[in-house]
Design a protein around this ligand. Sequence first.
Ligand code: NAI
Ligand code: MG
Length: 327
Amino acid sequence: MTLKVAVVEGDGIGREVIPVARRVLETIRPDIELFPVEVGYGKWARTGCACDADDIAALKSADSILFGAITTPPDPGYNSILLRIRKELDLYANVRPVQGEGFDILIIRENTEGLYSGIEWHEEDRACTVRVITVKGSRRIARFAAERALARGGHLTIGNKANVLKSDVLFREICIEEATGAGVRWDTAFIDALTLDVLMHPAEYDVIVTTNMFGDILSDAAGYLVGGLGLLPSANIGDRHALFEPVHGSAPDIAGTDRANPIAAVRSAAMLLDHAGDHDGAVCIETAIREVVARGVKTPDMGGRAGTRAFGDALVTALQTPHQQRP
Ligand code: NAI
Ligand code: MG
């Protein structure tokens, strides 16, 4: 059956990096059916609605979603669209691989609750956000992470702040139960010290599971290990839907200047193929990225002078050369 992929460019550099990822997919898998869905701040500014019920239905109709980035303005009347999509499609596991020389870390972040529960309000002299940790939410992310760790023959680190937060006592307890039940080796670590230690000793980590905001911060910080946000892909996975997106945002500071690094977006497309069972396709993409970078074709964030589009051209050419073609 044809794989149907919804493509959301979104705002800012999403409109520059996703076309590159899209060309890569078209090159390597001409059989995939790609269709655009427009959501985001740009659409809100134009139409007054950033994402309507039809958009959600279109996203739900796809086998997978390739997503760029959307701008969330500090406007109090504007709610994050990505948070809404993650909730509506129940994309509860945010998977962020961080790989480099001598380390291969998989950060698994709970994606639907925690401090991003969306339960918040303003009072006269304070503003409150409720950090919700449920048994169901914790159990399914713990199980997901334990399964991934087991499949890699690895180790699970449970990142938490149970020394301060009662809600994390619950999260940690459930993660320990699931890891023990799955027969996976595990340990626990406080998220603040863990973040520093991951940066100092990345080779000592394998799979890390944590709550929503801790995982958000940890995975951006881990970008330091690979040379920046422009290189980090991610997957948002649920039982029925899956969305793949670069870890970075819409980068308004460089948007429209052809300076964005498309590698994070292209790696997200590779994760999409891998999730669809096309492991060879994912490997071909990663090999082509490495080959192009080794030739010195790099965007400015990597110390090079190639533009987003030129990097994309080099990548597509590499994927078309005979030795790169899949068996
Ligand atoms: P950001 O990730 O957009 O940018 C942070 C810094 O990294 C900027 O200096 C940017 O130029 C640089 N950068 C990011 N991606 C890059 C790439 N591919 N190549 C080269 N440099 C890159 O985060 P920021 O500035 O905090 O947020 C900007 C907007 O994006 C905000 O409206 C925010 O809400 C939104 N955002 C959206 C996300 C999403 O859609 N998943 C995730 C994070 C932020
Ligand atoms: Mg983030």
